[in-house]
Design a protein around this ligand. Structure first.
Ligand SMILES: Nc1ncnc2c1ncn2[C@@H]1O[C@H](COP(=O)(O)OP(=O)(O)OP(=O)(O)O)[C@@H](O)[C@H]1O
Length: 249
């Protein structure tokens, strides 16, 4: 589809090879609450996909569901062409998915070194440490520091380090820039761009809508758990949907 509003209700055809991650007619939520009502999205290889929408639209729920942390009520999720709908969250990680949650998702009472060792595959702590400190030199002086005492920006760098491990095919990033100073937000976006340049597919939720759309190759807008827009990021900026549901940064 080349841009435009969509009901997005029709079940999708089997995925093409270039798709790294796809959700097909997904219904999901929490216990008795349904938040996503038949959502279909696709993250192609090497794409940067922006997922936008107002507060409570279901963006985090969608990422959590894709990561296997929320139960699927209906529909199908494919990772690298395989149906992973019933595959556990940790097996999805092993198969190439990396999820960086809102609120950083680090172990606050453990040191930076211990966090990196946990992010790494068993026995691969040294590589984790090397890759993280190379990408984020600020972490190298703080390996023995308890993660909860790092600044917000340093915590986010630690959280993002996991995208450098296991060579993920797709990285889901939820509100990485939340609460960070502008200069650190720049670093977050620079890091996302670097990942994308290496061919990693990204699915990004971020409050800085304009900035996400600048790096995005495709955009979706969720509204009350349904896809309202599925198309070109530039077209979205000009559309009524942008003004009504998202607004300016
Ligand atoms: N653990 C939970 N249990 C029950 N309902 C939840 C839970 N987490 C989220 N919800 C509800 O699901 C809906 C979607 O929330 P979600 O966090 O996915 O939205 P969002 O688009 O990420 O919002 P925001 O931009 O405000 O973070 C909201 O109505 C929210 O109250």
């Amino acid at each position: 589809m080349t841009g435009g509003a969509t009901g997005n209700a029709a079940p999708s055809a089997p995925s093409a090879r270039s798709e790294v991650l796809s959700l097909h007619d997904v219904r999901a939520g929490y216990e008795e609450t349904t938040v996503l009502h038949g959502v279909s999205i696709t993250v192609p290889k090497g794409a940067v996909v922006a997922l936008l929408g107002a507060n409570g639209a279901g963006k985090s729920t969608l990422l959590r569901t894709a990561a296997g942390l929320n139960g699927l009520q209906k529909g199908r999720i494919e990772l690298l062409g395989e149906d992973v709908s019933k595959v556990s969250a940790h097996r999805r990680i092993q198969r190439g998915l990396c999820y960086i949650p809102e609120g950083r998702g680090i172990f606050r009472s453990l040191t930076v070194r211990e966090n990196l060792a946990l992010q790494a595959e068993a026995g691969d702590g040294a590589t984790a440490l090397e890759r993280a400190t190379e990408a984020f030199p600020a972490l190298s002086d703080r390996l023995e520091q308890v993660a909860g005492t790092l600044s917000g920006g340093q915590q986010q760098m630690l959280a993002m380090s996991q995208a450098l491990l296991r060579d993920p095919a797709v990285v889901l990033v939820d509100e990485a820039s939340l609460g960070l100073a502008p200069v650190i937000v720049d670093e977050v976006f620079a890091f996302l761009e670097k990942l994308a340049a290496r061919g990693v597919a990204l699915l990004v939720v971020d409050q800085f809508v304009q900035r996400v759309l600048q790096i995005a190759t495709h955009a979706y807008v969720l509204r009350r758990g349904r896809i309202e827009y599925d198309g070109d990021p530039g077209e979205l900026l000009k559309s009524d949907i942008f003004d009504s549901y998202i607004g300016a940064d």
